[in-house]
Design a protein around this ligand. Structure first.
Ligand code: DX5
Ligand code: ZN
Length: 217
């Protein structure tokens, strides 16, 4: 399994989403941050906008649900055509049941952990998921500094995936840039979300390719 780059549109120009999506056509996924102002202190977008984005980008959508009650809401994102739906472990009442529902709806299922949430209680459940999202900042906002303290957690997760013989992706989200992506890749991440690094760059596509090159080293 190769490296995947998933630019986050969180810090893009929401008044011109079609244009902002066109800038990242050279990526592998579009990372869509859904926030409900309860699970995190910020409010972004929901299903109607996800449905609109789906029709406006040729790339598969990677939904990151930072919401309460994902058991109730996440399947609708799979039904709306998101290729991958990731919900937070801290918010889910029944993560295994929810992952199975997402897969039954045709999406890949991801489980996300805040920086302070340990991976260990979830290691025996890895086979139920296609991806583990390890937050490398506190979720809620773009533009924060990468937490180097998450590197050992990335390594432990990668080791657990390998030793179980699974094909589970390890995604990192938060503070990914040319400065940090190499460390995250070396620790074992293989899906990289980058928001401000891509959208603050003069040439978003060149930034995506530069990040890809650094992650592949
Ligand atoms: C933060 C979001 C991230 C965010 C990343 O809660 O989940 O996807 O957009 O932004 P950067 O890359 O700027 O840290
Ligand atoms: Zn995200």
């Amino acid at each position: 399994m190769g490296i995947l780059i998933s630019p986050s549109i969180l810090n893009s120009d929401f008044a011109d989403l079609r244009g902002e999506l066109a800038k990242i056509a050279g990526a592998d996924y579009v990372h869509v941050d859904v926030m409900d102002n309860h699970f995190v202190p910020n409010l972004t977008l929901g299903l109607p906008v996800v449905e609109a984005i789906r029709g406006a980008s040729p790339l598969p959508l990677d939904a990151h649900l930072m919401i309460e009650q994902p058991d109730r809401w996440a399947p609708a994102y799979a039904e709306a055509g998101c290729a991958s739906v990731t919900f937070h472990a801290e918010a889910a009442a029944a993560p295994v049941r929810l992952a199975r529902e997402l897969r039954a709806a045709g999406a890949k299922a991801g489980i996300a952990l805040r920086p302070a949430t340990a991976i260990e209680p979830y290691l025996d459940l890895l086979a139920e998921f296609d991806m583990v999202l390890l937050m490398t900042v506190e979720p809620g906002f773009g533009g924060q500094a990468f937490l180097d303290a998450m590197l050992p957690k990335i390594s432990r997760t990668r080791q657990a995936v390998e030793s179980a013989g699974l094909e589970v992706r390890v995604q990192v989200d938060g503070g990914i840039s040319r400065e940090t992506i190499g460390r995250a890749a070396e620790a074992g991440a293989d899906v990289f979300v980058a928001g401000s690094a891509v959208y603050k760059a003069d040439d978003a596509d060149a930034e995506i390719q530069a990040l890809r090159g650094l992650a592949e080293q």
